[in-house]
Design a protein around this ligand. Structure first.
Ligand code: GCU
Ligand code: CA
Length: 640
C-alpha cells in the first residue's frame, strides 16, 4: 500500500516542520507536498473496509469502523491516511477526527449521515450566550475534532448529511453540521471533495491556522450555511464551488472560544458562490476579533437574497486591508454593503468597530428584483466612519423602477447587520453615510427600468470623489449626485452631472498635470499595500505604501505616453535609514534597478528618473522591491 511518492497533506509528524517552513516562505504555495522515499514510508495507509471492517453497504452503521481506522492512523508515529473505496458508508454516530489523519474518499465513496439521535451531544460552552447555538457547540456534528494538527478531508468522494442534519437548533443526539473543527493547524480540505446537505453548516472551523482548500464543492442550497471560517488565519481557497442557502462563504469571528481572536491572511480565488436566502461572500455578522489581509479575486457570484459582497463590523472588529478584484455578480439583492453596527455581542466588552482600507477592482454587478438595497457604505459617526475605500471599475446595473422619494437619511437599526436594517435608500446606485476618503475611479451605475432617485447620495463624510464615473438619469429624478454635509467632494470627468450640494464643500484640487500618473491609481499591488495620506506633501489623494517585504510590488496598467524612449520620473519618500532599491519592468521588458535613496523624513519627497521605452497606449509599469524593507512611499510618476 505504500507508494514511493504519495500526494498527501502533511500527515507525517516527521516532515511536519519542514512543510510548515515551506508554507511560510512560499506564502501562496499549495499546502500539500509530495513526500517521496523514506519520509512517506512510515505513513500508515489504511483501507476502511479491508483494514477496519467498514461495510460500505449503505445500510450498516460504519461509524465504529471508521473511528477505529482514524485512531489507528493517529496512533502511528507518522500519522496515516484512511481511504474510503467506492461505496456508501452510513454513519449514524459522530466520527472523531484526530491529528495527523487524512480521510481520503475515492470516486464513488460517500459517507452518509443518518437520522436518529446517535450523534454526540453538544458540549457545554460557558460562552454560548455570545453567538447562535450552532456556532457555540462543535460536538453535535457528523465529523468533529478539537486541537488538531495536520488533518485532511480529500478526494473525489462525497460526505453527505443525507437530509438528516438539522438546520436550526438540534435536539440531543442530532447533528447540525458535517465537518466541525475547533482549533486546528494545517487543515487540507478539497481535491474534488463534495460536502452535501450540511444542516446548519457544511463546514464550521473556528480557531484554525493554515488552511488549504482546492476544488472543494459544497452543495447545501437546500440546507443552510456553506463554509464558515471563524477566527482563522492563513487560508487559501481556490476553485471552490459553493451553493448554500444562508451564507455561502463567510468569514466571522465569534466568542465561542472565549476570546477575541485574530483573522486574516486569506486568499480566495477562482471560485463560484451562490446563496439562496442570504449572503454569498460575507464578513460577519459575528465580528469580535479584527480582520486584516484578504484578497478575493476571480470569483463569480450567482445569487444572494441579501449581500453579494457583504462586510459588516457589528461587534467591535476593525476590518482592514480587504481587496476584491475581478468579480462578476448576478442575481443578488444587495450587491455591495459595508456597515458598522453597534451590536457589540462579545465577551470582551468591545467598543464600536471600524472598517478601513478596502478596495474593489473590476467588479461587474447585475442586480435582481428588489430596488431597495442600493450598494451601501454605512459607517457610524466620529472615528467609526468608514475610511479609505476605493472603487476602480465597479459597474453596477440595478433593476431600478423606483418612484421619487425624499432624499433624507434612511432609518437604521444599528444592532442589525442585514441589508434591510437600513431603510430604502434614497438613491439607486450608491448610498454613502458616515464615510471619509471614498474614491470611485471609472465604473458606473445604471438601471434596467427608469428610476426616479438620484444615482448617488453621500451624507456625512469627507473627501468623496468620483472620476470618470458613468451614471444614468431616471425620469423625474431631482439631481444625479447629492452631497449632504460632505467636507470635500468632487465629481470630475463624468459628463454633465446635476450635483446637489447641501451643506457640503466641493474640492476637486488641482487636476493631474499631463504625463503624470498618481501612484494611487495602481491597478495591482502586493497584499498589504495601502494608499496613505499621513505624510504631507503628496499629490493626488495619497501615496502608495507597500509592506516591508522583499518582492513587494506595485503595477500600473494602461499608461499612455508618446511612443519612444522617454524619461520616467518617480516621486517618492524614504524616511528610513537605508536606500530601498526596486526593479522596474516596463511592458515585460528587461528589468532595471531603480535606487530610491533615503530622504530626510517621510514628509520629504524626491524624484529619480530613468529612460524607458514606451508605447503610445497600454503601457504596463511595475516596480518590485529587491530588499526586505519593501519599496519607498510612492507619490506619482511622470513621463516626459
Ligand atoms: C513608516 C511610515 C510609512 C512607511 C513605513 C515604511 O511606517 O509612516 O509611510 O511606508 O514606515 O518603512 O515602509
Ligand atoms: Ca511601507
Amino acid at each position: 500500500m505504500f507508494g514511493k511518492a504519495l500526494k498527501i497533506p502533511i500527515p507525517s509528524k516527521r516532515v511536519r516542520t519542514a512543510s510548515l517552513v515551506g508554507l511560510t516562505i512560499g506564502g501562496l504555495m499549495a499546502a500539500w507536498v509530495t513526500f517521496a522515499g523514506p519520509a512517506s514510508a512510515a505513513v500508515l495507509n489504511l483501507n476502511v473496509r479491508t483494514d477496519c471492517r467498514a461495510t460500505g453497504n449503505g445500510t450498516t452503521n460504519d461509524t465504529a469502523a471508521i473511528n477505529s481506522c482514524i485512531s489507528r492512523a493517529h496512533d502511528n508515529a507518522d500519522g496515516g491516511i484512511v481511504r474510503f473505496p467506492s461505496g456508501t458508508y452510513r454513519s449514524a454516530n459522530s466520527i472523531h477526527m484526530m491529528s495527523n489523519v487524512t480521510l481520503q474518499l475515492d470516486s464513488g465513496a460517500t459517507i452518509r449521515g443518518a437520522g436518529g439521535t446517535g450523534y454526540d451531544a453538544p458540549e457545554s460552552n460557558p460562552f454560548d450566550d455570545f453567538q447562535d447555538f450552532g456556532h457555540s457547540h462543535f460536538h453535535d456534528a457528523m465529523i468533529w475534532g478539537e486541537n488538531l494538527t495536520n488533518i485532511g478531508f480529500v478526494g473525489p468522494g462525497v460526505i453527505d448529511g443525507g437530509g438528516n442534519l438539522i438546520t436550526g437548533n438540534p435536539d440531543r443526539g442530532e447533528a447540525d453540521k458535517i465537518i466541525s473543527i475547533k482549533r486546528c493547524r494545517n487543515l487540507r480540505i478539497g481535491d474534488g471533495l463534495t460536502l452535501r446537505r450540511g444542516g446548519h453548516f457544511a463546514a464550521l472551523i473556528n480557531g484554525c491556522t493554515t488552511v488549504r482548500s482546492d476544488r472543494l464543492t459544497i452543495d447545501t442550497a437546500s440546507d443552510r450555511d456553506g463554509w464558515n471560517v471563524i477566527s482563522t488565519t492563513d487560508v487559501i481557497i481556490s476553485n471552490a464551488n459553493i451553493a448554500a442557502n444562508d451564507d455561502a462563504l463567510a468569514f466571522k469571528s465569534d466568542y465561542a472560544l472565549g476570546a477575541k481572536l485574530p483573522n486574516g491572511g486569506v486568499e480566495v480565488r477562482n471560485s463560484r458562490l451562490s446563496a439562496g436566502c442570504c449572503n454569498a461572500l460575507m464578513f460577519g455578522s459575528e465580528t469580535c476579533g479584527d480582520f486584516t489581509g484578504y484578497d478575493f479575486h476571480d470569483i463569480t457570484i450567482t445569487g444572494a437574497n441579501k449581500s453579494g459582497l457583504g462586510l459588516v463590523s457589528m461587534d467591535g472588529a476593525v476590518i482592514s486591508d480587504v481587496h476584491y478584484r475581478n468579480i462578476t455578480i448576478s442575481g443578488v439583492s444587495s450587491p455591495i454593503m459595508q456597515k458598522v453596527g453597534t451590536r457589540r455581542r462579545c465577551g470582551n466588552s468591545p467598543g464600536i468597530g471600524r472598517i478601513h482600507d478596502i478596495t474593489y477592482d473590476n467588479i461587474t454587478i447585475t442586480g435582481k428584483s428588489s430596488p431597495q438595497f442600493t450598494a451601501t457604505l454605512w459607517g457610524e459617526s466620529g472615528s467609526n466612519r468608514i475610511n479609505n475605500v476605493r472603487f476602480t471599475g465597479v459597474r453596477i446595473t440595478v433593476p431600478g423602477g423606483s418612484g421619487a422619494m425624499g432624499t433624507g437619511v434612511p432609518s437604521n437599526d444599528p444592532n442589525n447587520y442585514n441589508p434591510n436594517s437600513i431603510g430604502k435608500r434614497p438613491s439607486y446606485g450608491w448610498y454613502i453615510h458616515n464615510a471619509n476618503n471614498i474614491t470611485f475611479e471609472g465604473g458606473s451605475v445604471g438601471f434596467q427600468s427608469s428610476d426616479a432617485r438620484p444615482a448617488v447620495i453621500a451624507n456625512a463624510g469627507s473627501n468623496i470623489r468620483f472620476n470618470n464615473f458613468g451614471f444614468q438619469r431616471g425620469s423625474g429624478s431631482p439631481f444625479d449626485f447629492g452631497f449632504q454635509n460632505v467636507n470635500g467632494f468632487c465629481v470630475s470627468n463624468s459628463g454633465s452631472p446635476r450635483v446637489n450640494n447641501s451643506g457640503s464643500t466641493q474640492s476637486c484640487g488641482t487636476t493631474t498635470p499631463p504625463g503624470r500618473t498618481e501612484a494611487e491609481t495602481a491597478s495591482s499591488s502586493t497584499t498589504g499595500t495601502t494608499v496613505d495620506s499621513n505624510h504631507a506633501g503628496f499629490s493626488g489623494t495619497g501615496f502608495i505604501n507597500t509592506p516591508n517585504v522583499v518582492d513587494a510590488f506595485v503595477e500600473w496598467t494602461g499608461v499612455s505616453a508618446t511612443a519612444g524612449t522617454r524619461s520616467l520620473s518617480i516621486r517618492f519618500a524614504n524616511g528610513s535609514t537605508a536606500a530601498r532599491p526596486m526593479t522596474l519592468v516596463v511592458n515585460g521588458g528587461t528589468p532595471m534597478t531603480v535606487n530610491f535613496p533615503t530622504t530626510a523624513n517621510w514628509d520629504t519627497w524626491s524624484t529619480v528618473s530613468v529612460n524607458v521605452p514606451l508605447n503610445a497606449t497600454g503601457n504596463t509599469i511595475r516596480l518590485t522591491a529587491t530588499t526586505a524593507a519593501g519599496g519607498p512611499n510612492l507619490d506619482f510618476f511622470e513621463i516626459s
